[in-house]
Design a protein around this ligand. Structure first.
Ligand code: SF4
Ligand code: SF4
Length: 180
């Protein structure tokens, strides 16, 4: 979809034609039947979710457009979109939706579906791998830095072994380990 201004100076929104042959008529039901999709049919395209979103202005597809695309059956476009991964999960859209559409949670569902199909951006995969291998996303400050600050070399009580063991048995562990 593209936004542009017409030559007469009037703002206009031009929507790229939708290739009906590529629509997946089951996608709406697929999302609706997921734990968070109950209210998606109630969306009346008011754009409140987009108005509430702190980063929608840099998204190609805005939150209300993604919801509309799901309703239309644009499965490939939604699951391949980078926006579902850029979502900050701040829940502003979901909090404000007058129709109680669980926008943020639906984007979680879309991420899960995309991941099942191997459509995971490389940077996200890298973060997941870090989490599975080290049990945490950020390494604790090096020993010498802790010493400089007068702290014990090891963080008291910190153990990531349990987290690593759990994650290795999950789908995330398998996907990041290249098993799927
Ligand atoms: S705020 Fe709710 S009803 Fe309005 S466009 Fe977004 S999802 Fe649809
Ligand atoms: S949860 Fe995601 S889509 Fe919703 S307002 Fe926050 S960043 Fe935007």
């Amino acid at each position: 979809m593209t936004e542009t201004d017409d030559k007469a100076g009037q703002p206009a929104i031009l929507i790229d034609p939708i290739d009906m042959s590529k629509l997946d008529s089951g996608f709406r039901s697929e999302i609706k039947n997921m734990p968070d999709g109950d209210e998606i049919n109630a969306c009346f395209a008011c754009s409140t979710c987009t108005a509430a979103c702190p980063i929608a202005n840099v998204w190609k597809y805005k939150p209300h457009q993604l919801i509309r695309m799901i309703l239309l059956g644009m499965r490939e476009e939604v699951l391949s979109s980078e926006e579902i991964w850029l979502c900050l999960t701040c829940f502003q859209c979901q909090e404000r939706c007058p129709q109680k559409v669980r926008v943020t949670d639906i984007f979680f569902d879309c991420k899960n579906l995309a991941a099942e199909e191997g459509k995971i951006p490389e940077n996200i995969k890298g973060l997941a791998r870090e989490l599975v291998e080290n049990g945490q996303l950020y390494q604790v400050t090096a020993d010498w830095e802790r010493e400089d600050m007068g702290l014990e070399p090891e963080v008291p009580g910190l153990s990531t072994d349990g987290i690593k063991a759990i994650l290795k048995g999950t789908r995330t562990g398998k996907i990041t380990g290249g098993e799927e």
